[in-house]
Each structure stands twice: as structure tokens, then as C-alpha cells.
Write a protein that binds this ligand. Structure first.
Ligand code: S3P
Length: 170
């Protein structure tokens, strides 16, 4: 019987363009569980896209919403969970993640830029996708490595192949 506390079976972290949402869907389909995405939770609550929250309320406010959305999902979701790329920056979130099966989807600059698209609508990338993605990768890679139980490579690989690697190593 299902009596224990609920917890996500896997938590996907990594930069924009790593494929968190897509790989999350693949794993959830294979396992027959639900997939949840903190960006989507925030958008549903706010009734508008992340890009508009950034413009209307600013990034700091978005980070507060994100912190609450991550804590809620970690405490209540028992399927696959994908976090927004910057969710791991919050120190309290980093502490919460210690209790979970966190997987870092690693991606290099070229593939990340290819996947987000040069005309990305993501607010943090406006104007200079390549330069901003490089900066985010440089700044955040050590954090993704620190919070993750293990990392999987996504460069040149399909979501199905990445999902295979995760299943092998969980
Ligand atoms: C962000 C990543 C985005 C979204 C927001 C900020 C970031 O999520 O949360 O635009 O700071 O890296 P994805 O990683 O799902 O694109």
C-alpha cells in the first residue's frame, strides 16, 4: 500500500535548452506517472507566461513564486518533476533538493543555443542568446553539479537516449 510520504521519482535540473521538459515527458510516459514542470505551475497560478511575469513584476518576484512552486511540488508530486533553469540558485531550495533524486541534464553552449533557438522568447536571453547562455552555463554548472546525484550528457543525443541513461543510473 502507498503509505509513505509522496516524493517525485526524479527531479530534472539544468540550464535552458538541456531538454528538461521533453526528457521529463519521455520518462513520465515510460513509467506511467505524471510529469510536472514548475514553470507551468507558476504560469497557471499567475495566469500569464513567465516572460510576462518578468516584465510586469520583475525577476525577483518571479524567483519568490518559483521558490514556493518548487517547495510545493517537492512536497506533493510523486511523478517526474522538471525545475526551471534558475530554481537551483535559491539556498533553501538547494537544501530541500538533498532529499531527492536530482539529475543534472548537462548541455554545451552549441546545443543549448540550438535548442532554445536564436530568437528565444525566454526573458533572460533577450538580445544576446549565445552570450547569455554562455554566461548562465559558466555561472550555474557548479551549482547543478552540487545539487545533483548524477549528471547525464545531452549533447547530440535524443530525449529517448537521455531518458535511457537516466533509467540506467537511477
Ligand atoms: C530561467 C529558466 C526558465 C524560466 C525562466 C528563468 C533561468 O526555465 O524559469 O525564464 O533562470 O534559467 P527553463 O529552464 O525551463 O527554460
Amino acid at each position: 500500500p502507498m503509505t509513505g510520504p509522496v516524493s517525485p521519482s526524479v527531479v530534472l535540473v539544468g540550464p535552458m535548452g538541456a531538454g528538461k521538459t521533453t526528457v521529463g515527458r519521455v520518462l513520465a510516459r515510460r513509467w506511467g506517472v505524471a510529469v510536472r514542470d514548475t514553470d507551468a505551475d507558476i504560469e497557471a497560478d499567475a495566469g500569464k507566461p513567465v516572460s510576462e511575469i518578468f516584465v510586469d513584476e520583475g525577476e525577483a518576484h518571479f524567483r519568490e513564486l518559483e521558490k514556493a512552486a518548487v517547495a510545493a511540488a517537492l512536497a506533493s508530486h510523486d511523478g517526474v518533476l522538471s525545475l526551471g533553469g534558475g530554481a537551483v540558485l535559491d539556498p533553501d531550495t538547494q537544501v530541500l533538493l538533498k532529499d531527492h533524486a536530482v539529475v543534472f541534464l548537462r548541455v554545451g553552449l552549441a546545443d543549448a543555443v540550438k535548442r532554445v533557438g536564436l530568437g528565444s522568447a525566454r526573458p533572460l536571453l533577450l538580445g544576446n542568446v549565445r552570450g547569455r547562455v554562455k554566461q548562465l552555463l559558466d555561472e550555474r554548472t557548479p551549482i547543478y553539479e552540487a545539487v545533483a546525484r548524477f549528471a547525464v550528457e545531452t549533447d547530440g543525443r535524443t530525449p529517448e537516449q537521455v531518458a535511457d541513461d537516466i533509467e540506467e543510473r537511477l
